[in-house]
Design a protein around this ligand. Structure first.
Ligand SMILES: [Fe+2]
Ligand SMILES: [Fe+2]
Length: 267
């Protein structure tokens, strides 16, 4: 895969659709980039896909729900890979409320201000009532942006972890369990060392204790923004994450690699 690609939506649980995009990263493989639709009484969209895939994302979204029926847009955080169709959604559905934080609004104000009357500020530890359930906002153990807000849906047992528990991969997979275990572990740890390099500076024991709070929820399925749906794998994934502070720090490719890429491209 050498281009961003949107694959067909699938159900991770009877009420949660995954809208899976993939983004190639030169020399490293591909990274999933998921959005989610939670079919609560007040339907929730979590994130809005990749900017290069706006048309494909919007078609995928329409295949699972009429965007006009969405009530909430939950932003896991405001990194660009989560915002591809944000502007389109705000135009398409004037009643849509954006769930984010004070910091999320502040960061967006630097380039695409969110109208405050369209926002709902929710901090980790607080819950969002969506008709038939309350979604619990959580702070994932690892994150690359201060406004990051994952969620736990008690009705489905799904834990949405934003960028936490993502994995670099060599090819798309329907479920995380379809990835060869060694590749999954390597891909998860590589992603974590790249995306959250600060983990090398934290005490491994303290980090493990931050994971315990999520383990206690006993999630039935983990839904990371950057991993295929992972039913029945929470303990396994948390176990991998706990090892990241002790991993070798990642160093990006330098100028010799760029020179090679440019030479290969005839540059
Ligand atoms: Fe991010
Ligand atoms: Fe991300």
């Amino acid at each position: 895969m050498d281009q961003p690609t949107m694959l067909a939506p699938y159900r991770a649980t009877p009420e949660i659709h995954v809208l899976p995009g993939y983004f190639p990263i030169p020399t490293l493989g591909i990274i999933p980039s998921n959005a989610f639709v939670i079919e609560a009484e007040e339907p929730v969209l979590v994130d809005t896909g990749l900017a290069p895939l706006q048309a494909e994302f919007q078609e995928a979204l329409r295949s699972v729900i009429d965007p006009a029926d969405l009530r909430w847009l939950w932003l896991a955080h405001t990194d660009q890979d989560h915002l591809g169709s944000l502007g389109w959604l705000l135009d398409e559905n004037p009643d849509l409320r954006v769930v984010t934080t004070f910091i999320g609004v502040g960061k967006m104000s630097l380039y695409a201000p969110l109208p405050l009357e369209r926002c709902y500020w929710l901090n980790p530890g607080e819950s969002l009532p969506v008709g038939d359930r309350e979604l619990l906002a959580i702070k994932p153990p690892s994150f690359d942006a201060p406004e990051t807000t994952g969620l736990y849906d008690p009705a489905s047992g799904a834990l949405l972890t934003a960028d936490c528990l993502g994995a670099l991969m060599s090819e798309p997979a329907q479920e995380a369990g379809d990835i060869e275990p060694k590749h999954l572990e390597e891909g998860l740890m590589l992603w974590a060392t790249i995306d959250t390099p600060w983990l090398h500076q934290v005490d491994a024991g303290s980090f493990a204790s931050t994971i315990e709070g999520l383990r206690a929820l006993e999630p039935e399925v983990v839904l990371s923004s950057h991993l295929p749906a992972a039913p029945g794998m929470a303990d396994e994934l948390f176990g991998m994450l706990e090892q990241v502070p002790a991993c070798e720090p990642w160093v990006g490719p330098g100028q010799p690699v760029l020179a090679e890429i440019l030479a290969g491209a005839g540059g």
